[in-house]
Structures are given as structure tokens and as C-alpha cells.
Design a protein around this ligand. Structure first.
Ligand code: NDP
Length: 443
């Protein structure tokens, strides 16, 4: 058995019941095989064994009191996966599905994504099985304060800087920042995605969605195409989905769908983005309401968004939301490009269908790196005690996404896998981390 296969077999045996982590590690390790096999010093240094083992995994109790006076107990996580190239950086996810395996898959992906940005940030991820949906602001605040009362001792502006993810937006980051400051007395950039009045960066809210579209636009431009005049299907109706829709529309595309965990909207005239922003971010409502105001649109319960005919698909909801059958439906309907806004939204089988079907496929760790890249820009502004303008940050974000596209394209070609951007992105992200780990000795 070769080195990569041995490490994967051991990983699966040692971490049972963590299928998402197995999936992410299998994808990365299999695609970097040519780099690993070309240099035996990696095996001698047990580089892969160290790479797949988090530096630190923290799990903790989060007790809080709901509005009825009942005590609730959730589980908190922070996985500090790899700090070879910088302090740990990665979001916090609050969703009932959260468990250690999911946080580990996200943290593992984050290592390579952060490396791809070209900025000095290591990989980490955290969260809780707390569900903010249906909770009052006071309940969310009490939960966030309790969560930070344990987390604060493990993080810091130069050690580990969490951000948002599913279920964690400006409101939650604000509550957590307030509690961190209250406990430590430090006014430092310990979280990103903060409000603009207390150290947040312009463009951070839009960054993941905008960055996704900048990268896909570049990938299309390289083939003589663009978003202009294209029909786009987007899943999700959260932070990433909404701002991806906004930028795609600005570039001349027509976005015809959004989805949430209950169902999806199909609006053949183009979705009303401002309406969805208000619905999801202000009123915290459900997409099912969309047709009350837009009688020409259709709302369907359940899955099915990938059966809509489109030129470009942008999955922006959650992991494994797009399977082999969905991928086949997209290819059969003439889809030319897929950009992953969510983390690992496509199953391994779906990716295979895209690559074999000649679909331009931008994998998550390249395509959605704009969020963490702009978080790193927020860290820089916090360190300088300065705020940059919207245009300044946006221009830097665009430059970073174009560079990532170039890197994933070049590395794929270098290893004889032209247009396989899954391999290209993994190899480009891996090389920098591997070099830093080798240089730093056995740690
Ligand atoms: P939000 O919480 O803002 O939105 C998530 C959206 O996806 C909601 O519409 C939600 O619907 C839907 N969704 C969540 N879980 C499920 C599920 N199990 N089944 C179906 N739909 C679901 O999160 P974000 O937009 O921030 O994150 C979306 C994805 O993008 C995630 O994979 C995240 O890891 C990734 N990402 C986010 C970044 C960021 O900067 N925010 C950066 C990089 C990646 P509902 O309201 O019904 O729950």
C-alpha cells in the first residue's frame, strides 16, 4: 500500500463516525499524490500523519438559560488544526447538525484554503450544535456569552481568530466580541466579521459571495466566456448565496433561484435580491413567503433546485447538498460551470460527473476563499488601527481571487491535469503548508 493510501486507511480507522472528515481528507490526499510521491522526504517526516491530526481539539459545555427560565446545555467546539503558516483562522458554525467530524472536515479544508489566499493564516474551525433559528435575541445573546466564557481562553488576536459561518452573522459576532472584551479587557481583533463601528471591515459581509463570482468570472474569462447573459442557479439564501447573487447580477447574469432548508424559489424573471436580504437578514423569515409578493415565481417544498435549467450553478448552502444525480441533471441541462460557495457542497461522485462532463468546476477551497481573505484584511486593519475604504478592500479581494484562479490553473497544468481545478487548488494550497511544516521541524 502506498503512503497516501496507508495514511487514509489509518485515518478512517482512528476517527470512526466522522464521514465528512474522511471525505475531505480523501479528496485532498488523493489529488496531491503526485507531489507526495515525487519527494520521499515527506514520508520520512511523517508529514501527512501530522497534517491530518489537529494540533489541538477543544470541546466544552455551553450552559444557558432560555426565555422560559429553563436551563439548556449545548456542546461547543474549536479545532485548531494547523498553524504552520499563521495563527489559526476559520469560522464558527451554529447549527444542530454540528459535531466533531463536521468541524474537523471544515478545519482541514480551511488549512489549504487559507494557504491559497497567499496571506499568513493557519487553519481552524469551531462552533456548536446550538440552533439560533426561532430563538429570541436575548437567548442568542445569553448563548453567545456562555460560549465565549469558555472559548476566550483559547483564542487571541495573534493565536486564533474565529469568524462567522452558518448561523453566525453580525449579531452573533457582536455578542461574542462584547463578552470577550468584558472578560479580558482587551480591545483587539480577536474575531472578524465585526460591526463597522467596532473594528469590522467594509466588504467582509459581501466577501465570500463576491469573491466566488470574481473567481468564476476569471475561470470563464480564461475560456473566452463570462457571466454576462447567463442564467444562474443558486442554492441557499444566507450570507454567501445572497451576495453571490448580487455580484452575478451586477455582471449581467440572471439569477433565478434561492433555497433554504425547507424548499426553493424559482423566479424565471430573476430573483428579487433586496427582498430576500430583508426577509432573511432583518425579518429572519422563510423563503416560502417569497411568492406572497412575487406571484409569478414558484416555491417548491424540499430539494430539487439542481433540476432547474441553467448555464452556471453556485451551490451556497451546506455540505453534500449536490449529489451524483443532481450533477447529472445539471450536465444534461447544459450547465457549463459550477462554483462552490458552500464548503464541500458536492459529493465526490458529483465532482466526478462534472470533471468527466467537461464542466468548469471551481472547488470550495478556491472559490469561497474570499471570506477568509477579507477576514485577514480585517485583521490587518485592526493591527494598524485603520479602516480602508470599500473600493480598497474590494480591489484587494478581487486581486486575491484572480490570483487563486491563476494558481489552481497553473498547478493543475503542471501535474498534467489541465482544467482539474480540484487537484490544482489542493496542490497549490498544500505546497506552501508542506514547505513551512518541513522547515519548522517535527512539531
Ligand atoms: P448562512 O447561515 O447565512 O446561510 C446558510 C443557508 O444555507 C441558509 O439559507 C440555510 O437555510 C441553508 N442551509 C443551511 N444548512 C442547510 C441544510 N442542512 N440543508 C439545506 N439548507 C441549509 O450561512 P453562510 O451563507 O455563511 O454559509 C453557507 C455556506 O458557505 C456554508 O457551507 C459555509 O461553511 C460556507 N462559507 C461561508 C463563509 C462566510 O463567510 N459566511 C465563508 C466560506 C464558506 P435555513 O435558513 O433554512 O437554515
Amino acid at each position: 500500500m502506498g503512503y497516501v493510501d496507508r495514511v487514509l486507511t489509518e485515518l478512517i480507522a482512528k476517527n470512526p463516525a466522522q464521514p465528512e472528515f474522511h471525505q475531505a481528507a480523501t479528496e485532498v490526499l488523493n489529488t496531491i499524490k503526485p507531489v507526495i510521491e515525487a519527494d520521499s522526504s515527506y514520508e520520512k517526516a511523517a508529514l501527512l500523519e501530522r497534517l491530518v491530526e489537529p494540533e489541538r481539539q477543544i470541546m466544552f459545555r455551553v450552559p444557558w438559560i432560555d426565555d422560559n427560565g429553563n436551563v439548556q446545555v449545548n456542546r461547543g467546539f474549536r479545532v485548531q488544526f494547523n498553524s504552520a503558516i499563521g495563527p489559526y483562522k476559520g469560522g464558527l458554525r451554529f447549527h444542530p447538525s454540528v459535531n466533531l467530524g463536521i468541524i474537523k472536515f471544515l478545519g482541514f479544508e480551511q488549512i489549504f484554503k487559507n494557504s491559497l489566499t497567499g496571506l499568513p493564516i493557519g487553519g481552524g474551525k469551531g462552533g456548536s450544535d446550538f440552533d439560533p433559528k426561532g430563538k429570541s435575541d436575548n437567548e442568542v445573546m445569553r448563548f453567545c456569552q456562555s460560549f465565549m466564557t469558555e472559548l476566550y481562553r483559547h483564542i487571541g488576536a495573534d493565536t486564533d481568530v474565529p469568524a462567522g459561518d452558518i448561523g453566525v452573522g453580525g449579531r452573533e459576532v457582536g455578542y461574542m466580541y462584547g463578552q470577550y472584551k468584558r472578560i479580558t479587557g482587551l480591545y483587539e481583533g480577536v474575531l472578524t466579521g465585526k460591526g463597522l463601528t467596532f473594528g469590522g471591515s467594509l466588504v467582509r459581509t459581501e466577501a465570500t459571495g463576491y469573491g466566488l463570482v470574481y473567481l468564476v468570472e476569471q475561470m470563464l474569462n480564461d475560456k473566452g466566456m463570462s457571466f454576462k447573459g447567463k442564467t444562474v442557479v443558486i442554492s441557499g439564501a444566507g450570507n454567501v448565496a445572497v451576495y453571490a447573487a448580487e455580484k452575478a447580477t451586477q455582471l449581467g447574469a440572471k439569477v433565478v433561484s434561492f433555497s433554504d432548508s425547507n424548499g426553493y424559489v424559482y423566479d424565471k424573471d430573476g430573483v428579487d435580491i433586496e427582498y430576500v436580504k430583508d426577509l432573511k437578514f432583518v425579518r429572519r423569515g422563510r423563503l416560502a413567503e417569497y411568492t406572497q409578493k412575487h406571484s409569478n415565481a414558484e416555491y417548491h417544498e424540499g430539494k430539487g433546485v439542481w433540476n432547474i435549467k441553467c448555464d452556471i450553478a453556485l451551490p451556497c448552502a451546506t455540505q453534500n447538498e449536490l449529489n451524483e444525480a443532481d450533477a447529472k441533471a445539471l450536465v444534461a441541462n447544459g450547465c457549463i460551470a459550477v462554483g462552490e460557495g458552500a464548503n464541500m457542497p458536492s459529493t465526490l461522485e458529483a465532482i466526478d460527473v462534472f470533471l468527466k462532463g467537461g464542466v468548469l468546476f471551481a472547488p470550495a477551497k478556491a472559490a469561497n476563499a474570499g471570506g477568509v481573505a477579507t477576514s485577514a484584511l480585517e485583521m490587518s486593519q485592526n493591527s494598524e488601527r485603520l479602516s480602508w475604504t470599500f473600493d480598497e478592500v474590494d480591489a484587494k479581494l478581487k486581486g486575491i481571487m484572480i490570483n487563486i484562479c491563476k494558481e489552481m490553473t497553473e498547478q493543475a497544468a503542471l501535474y498534467g491535469m489541465k482544467d482539474n481545478f480540484v487537484a490544482g487548488a489542493n496542490i497549490a494550497g498544500f505546497k506552501k503548508v508542506a514547505e513551512a511544516m518541513m522547515a519548522q521541524g517535527i512539531v
